[in-house]
Design a protein. Structure first.
Length: 259
């Protein structure tokens, strides 16, 4: 029977709460949760989570937009790479049987890699940034623009297949490429870019039949108050404890998907 599911709503609240506390994209938490805990097919979990992310990121973008903490130049460069690659990736997925074994294996493999990558970034972000500054340094404007578009293209592929990548990985890439940009503007720009990226990818998954709208509704009912509660408490929990706990969770989830 089509109705809101309390367990899904509670899961949405838990993920929203963690997103509010850590700022890490919900895809790295919600998609493996749906697959491992509830047995949702990987394609449906990814597609539904993309529209879920589009809805939640829109709210975050409005807040950052009103606060003037979005660099629209950076957003435009990222979107110039991500939107075309998202469309291309979805076209390739549409040629497959989205609920078949090949698509299942592809989504699971990319999702696992993205989870491990996110965990590594959470644990070693400061070391990564320091090593990049030491061995690469600041790039000229042309190279920065080119690499931003290329990074957007990579995120387009990752997010379209796994719904993961636009959070910790995207923020870290922007920190490397724009070392003088304030962190709040980097976060705001990453969130703003996630809106067209997840919306286009989500619509594409809808067109190929991998969206469960009742699941989506249940998740949103729980996640929106969860994000508010998590944001309120974020300053009261040590950042290091949050990052390492979240990274451990992602490593466990990625391992279970592979095994």
């Amino acid at each position: 029977m089509h109705s809101l599911n309390l367990l899904y709503s509670l899961s949405g609240f838990a993920v929203g709460f963690l997103v509010g506390m850590t700022g890490v994209g919900g895809g790295s938490l919600m998609t493996p949760l749906l697959i491992l805990l509830f047995g949702i097919h990987p394609a449906t979990a990814v597609g539904t989570d993309l529209l879920y992310a589009a809805a939640t990121k829109t709210g975050g973008s409005l807040v950052h937009g009103l606060g003037g903490t979005i660099d629209w130049r950076v957003v435009g460069r990222l979107a110039a790479g991500s939107v075309p690659m998202t469309a291309l990736t979805l076209f390739v997925l549409s040629r497959l049987d989205i609920k078949g074994q090949l698509a299942d294996q592809l989504i699971t493999a990319v999702l696992s890699a993205a989870l491990f990558g996110t965990a590594i970034v959470l644990i070693f972000r400061k070391r990564i940034v320091a090593a990049y500054a030491r061995y690469v340094g600041e790039l000229d404007t042309r190279r920065t623009r080119t690499l931003t578009v290329a990074m957007g293209a990579v995120l387009g592929v990752l997010v379209s297949i796994s719904s993961v990548g636009a959070g910790a990985i995207g923020v870290t890439a922007l920190i490397l490429l724009y070392p003088h940009l304030p962190t709040v503007r980097i976060v705001g720009s990453d969130i703003a870019h996630a809106v067209p990226l997840t919306l286009v990818a989500g619509i594409g998954h809808w067109m190929i039949g991998s969206i469960d709208f009742w699941l989506l509704s249940s998740l949103l009912v729980g996640s929106l108050p969860g994000i508010v509660a998590g944001s309120y408490l974020s300053a009261r929990v040590p950042d290091v404890a949050l990052r390492f706990t979240l990274a451990a969770t992602l490593i466990i989830a990625g391992s279970k998907l592979v095994l």
